[in-house]
Design a protein around this ligand. Sequence first.
Ligand code: HEM
Length: 158
Amino acid sequence: MHLRLLCLASLLVISGLPFRAAEKQPTPLEDQMEEINAAYRKLGRQIADAAKNADSLKQVAIIREHALAALKHDPRRKADVPAPEQAKFISDYQVAMKAFVATVDKLGAALTAGKNDLAVAVLQELKKAQEDGHRDFRRRRITFEEKAAEAARRSEEK
Ligand code: HEM
């Protein structure tokens, strides 16, 4: 029984290694996302403060620039999608990213008009777009339970 558990544990570690190595290298899309993230977080701290609108507009411009650059890269998850569905996956991603850019423009317009209450609400729309975008296009994180089930299945096959 203990030996079985030990085997299963080693299998888990070994099977996780190549996956981890491949995931460690940030993708070009992740690089763009990190830039978006830094500017987005700064906006979260200052969006309501009209005295900071000049800098907030700079952050909006940074997000816009990197969202447009993100359009040029395919998400890593494309590789997990069956080949016949990949074209649709990418076009859905592009539609979502373009909608994100449109919301970023809405945020810029609210700040330019000095409507900070509106800007606060639009920032929430960006948050929602982020959550939806990650749910639909980011590679799913594999849970420990899924890994264990996969390792057990493979050891049964042997
Ligand atoms: C405020 C908006 C957003 C922020 C702050 C943000 C932030 C991030 C960050 C920090 C990462 C890398 C780390 C991680 O995986 O968690 C990431 C990855 C990713 N994001 Fe976003 N994101 C935003 C919006 C979006 C939108 C709108 C989409 C899709 C339409 C999207 C799609 C992705 C994808 C696909 C990845 C994985 C990268 C890859 O596959 O190479 N994100 N995002």
